[in-house]
Design a protein around this ligand. Sequence first.
Ligand code: 13P
Length: 243
Amino acid sequence: MRKPVIAGNWKMHMTCSQAKEYLEVFLPLINATPLDRDLVIAPPFTAISTVSVESCGTRLELSSQNVHWEDDGAFTAEISPLMLLEHKVKYAIVGHSEPRKYFSESDEQINLRAKSAQSHGLIPIVCVGESDKQRESSETERVIRRQVEQGLEDLDPKKLVVAYEPIWAIGTGKTCASTEANRICSLIRKWVGFEDLIIQYGGSVKAENIDELMSMSDIDGVLVGGSSLNPINFARIANFKST
Ligand code: 13P
């Protein structure tokens, strides 16, 4: 039985005071959320402590937006797993298409980050997905298979979340058709070879499409960008209706 993981990726949004105001609205709205799903927010590093303190004693879990493979050292701008654990962070997003694109993150680096996360008891959320150009030239499956094979090498699939995020659907309002997202998620499950792997979909997830996405057989949760910035919208997503 796969327990869905509903995660909000705040990206480079939310000061500490904004995060506090957000939680004042959001937390009461998840009081009655069924326990059959996990709820996660990935704030920017500066707001992790605030979210950790303000959500203490609730069911909301924390994710980071990155994690380094070393515990400490001369790695300006990076974050160590030990720093995250101090704030009760449970998940770490790695391999998001934005650092892949803007900072040329490689599958090898992503794999190092994910292995470091697992070795410290953090659950990596490893993002994979194709660009619109790759999709148009029928390269989708090849690209994702390579990201899966290299990015997930030597990882324990029992302590892992994979997020299928087609790049062309991120922040564009163009959601991938739920049947197509489901098809890719089922291929990822087959390539990893672990039936209970948690696989999220991400890319323009919103209140209007969450119920349909979550009704798909191989979609075990969502990774939400823009719609997670509004506490009412994200609460509606967290409260998706299971069929
Ligand atoms: P949007 O929900 O804004 O499309 O972003 C998706 C995403 O990148 C989540 O990591």
